[in-house]
Design a protein around this ligand. Sequence first.
Ligand code: SF4
Ligand code: SF4
Length: 289
Amino acid sequence: MAIDELKKIKDDVPFSSPVDPVELGPDDEIQFRCHRDIACFNACCKNIDIQLTPYDIVRLKRRLELSSSEFVGRHTTPFPMDHHDVPGLKLNTKPGTSECVFMTEEGCSVYEDRPAACRYYALGSMGVRKKDSAQVDDIYFIVKEDHCLGHQEPRTLTVREYRSEQGCDEYDQHNREWRDIILKKRSSGPTVGAPSERSLQLFDMCSYDIDSFREFIQTEGFGDIFDLDPRTMQDLLADEDELQQFAFRFLKQVFFGVMTIPVKEGARERRIAQSRRLRERLREMSEDE
Ligand code: SF4
Ligand code: SF4
């Protein structure tokens, strides 16, 4: 099934695709090596189209000592990830070029914190949910672009070894819950309908603006609804990675009703009554005018 999808990707594109439609598992071998002395050094960073994940953003903003919103504002461009305009972010290029903003003549200036997409290359991956199963399995495939000479280097290693060398597992682990939200949203199809404006804003904040999310969980509005004990709150405020995982749980609760964060008794009813009062007040004001 997955292999058919890969072939379809290759068949559908109107030009020669670099995707090799051979499905690879973690123990399959690949031939590849990238290093500073290779003739094509930096070629892949000169023509980028990189979608960022939430963990990419916290790693990069910490490295550059920026707030999450500063990083997003300076170094990313928004794009709609699907027909419901679920927000995605792409890494910026240098003005007037397709070169990555972080590329220098000496190589990647953020190498230790480079995004997941840069770590995967030249492996592609795809999460596939088997029919009637909640489990998502990863399959891999090789991407062979003409400019990349790494495929001609005399080194073979397994997909697992390559991913471990590139630090992919750590990134996957941090992004797993988020990716699950995206897959769930896609597989729920049109029956669920378009998310509200408010839901999209929450998705944006939980995915890409961890500093605003930290402030959000300390607001009165959040505290009116969610029942977090002081110790949990303290731990979340002290550990940004934990906070990000909590943000994904929050999203799952809001989007899909997966209840993992305790809610205060009667909170929903109080919230509805409050909204009703606000709507009535607004109507009265518009009638007065
Ligand atoms: S972040 Fe680094 S590795 Fe990734 S495209 Fe930019 S320069 Fe290349
Ligand atoms: S071998 Fe491939 S991945 Fe490495 S620098 Fe060259 S083009 Fe980029």
